[in-house]
Design a binder for this molecule. Structure first.
Ligand code: GMT
Length: 382
């Protein structure tokens, strides 16, 4: 198949997932064309069957906001026509589902039908999509996609309750590449970060409000009072300054390392003992799954799709959003009991294996075939 993939090229979960999906499909012989405004962060080296098309918008002085949607639509029309694509798969509804619809209409006007699939990732529904500035357009565009997938049952439920959806939504879970996300021996890193054998806690995210990153630091403080440990903060984003201020206030800057955006996050996960994810909302929690694949149990909130990933009392523990006392207590249950920690690490790996890319890729391929066959009936030649 010749597949066009539209995504955000940045460190966010939707872009990571879309890029890994495309690379996986290319390994299985499909031709995958990424269309976005920047080289996706996980698309770092040459791979056969993978192509990248950059969208260039205009900086004409009249535009207060350069019309990216229009530029992306034009690029999609071009790529579908000249690369002879079979299917467009867009990740994150805003604005990608709308753009895909527009491209489809333009191509239809030229007598060419291109089926489109939208994958909903989370904040496009639960946060941004709910904003009245976007809601009617998002609802319309989802309904006009030939296929719609959601990354968890929870996100499907949220979508159906917040929007009038006429389409069937197929749940296809996010995945990890177990070859890459595994516990490799990185003892030299561990020694550098925790020279006295302290336990290492880790959080990775885009440091947005929804991640409640200040809770990460509050949880760490409570743990630290009982058990000497280190905290690694991977990523960057709007809450960084507030986090740094809080670290100074509680006097723990020397135990907390801000590592910024990291390419090889799996190397840091490999030396970590616990992953903290106290998010306000989380449709799936791909970062938690990546941690589990590296044998890192998860202390998280119990919102959204997290209970579908983190199994309470097995792969980690979950608490109500904001209950940092309980999250710290749960972390201590594991940090102060080597046997229990070892058991949870093994459980985390075992559960994560179900989400291996090799199990999930065929589900996308099968869905593509289904959409290609069924959407033929929607095609009405001019
Ligand atoms: O978490 C973010 O803010 C990034 C966002 C994205 O779209 O890049 O992540 C969402 O999609 C991920 C991949 O499907 C999910 O694992 C995250 O749970 C989801 N984030 C939220 O729902 C807050």
């Amino acid at each position: 198949m010749k597949i066009g993939i539209v995504c955000y090229p940045t460190y966010g979960g939707s872009g990571v997932l879309a890029t890994e999906l495309g690379k996986g499909l290319a390994r299985r012989g499909h031709h995958v064309h990424f269309v976005t405004y920047q080289q996706p962060v996980r698309l770092t080296s040459f791979q056969n069957n993978v192509y990248y098309h950059e969208v260039n918008d205009s900086d004409y002085p009249l535009f207060q906001y350069p019309p990216y949607d229009t530029a992306l639509t034009s690029k999609l029309v071009d790529v579908v026509k000249y690369e002879n694509l079979d299917l467009l798969h867009v990740h994150y509804a805003i604005p990608h589902a709308t753009v895909a619809y527009m491209a489809k209409k333009i191509l239809l006007n030229e007598g060419r039908y291109i089926p489109t699939i939208t994958t909903l990732h989370g904040t496009d529904i639960t946060l941004v999509g709910m904003n009245p500035a976007f809601h009617p357009v998002v609802e319309f565009a989802i309904n006009k996609s030939d296929g719609v997938t959601a990354v968890s049952n929870s996100l499907k439920k949220d979508t159906l309750s917040q929007f009038q959806i006429e389409k069937d939504i197929r749940v296809i879970y996010n995945f990890i590449d177990s070859e890459r996300f595994r516990k490799a021996n990185k003892d030299h890193f561990k020694k550098a970060i925790a020279p006295d054998g302290e336990k290492i806690l880790i959080h990775t995210s885009n440091f947005r409000k929804v991640k409640r990153v200040e809770d990460v630091i509050r949880i760490f403080k409570k743990i630290y009072e009982k058990e000497k440990c280190k905290l690694l903060l991977v990523g960057d984003g709007p809450e960084r300054q507030n986090m740094e201020r809080l670290c100074r206030e509680i006097g723990l800057c020397h135990e907390i390392r801000f590592l910024g955006k990291q390419e090889a996050v799996e190397e840091l996960l490999a030396i970590s003992d616990l992953f903290l994810m106290p998010s306000e909302s989380e449709s799936f929690g791909l970062a938690a799954l990546e941690a589990m694949a590296c044998q890192v149990p998860v202390i998280s909130s119990n919102v959204g799709g997290l209970p579908e990933v983190n199994i309470e009392g097995v792969t980690g523990f979950m608490s109500e959003v904001g209950n940092t006392d309980e999250m710290a207590d749960n972390a201590l249950i594991l940090l102060q009991n080597e046997n229990k920690l070892r058991e949870f690490k093994a459980n985390a790996l075992k559960h994560a294996e179900q989400f291996d890319i090799e199990n999930i890729l065929p589900l996308y391929e099968e869905y593509y075939k289904y959409i290609l066959e069924s959407s033929v009936y929607d095609y009405k030649p001019r």
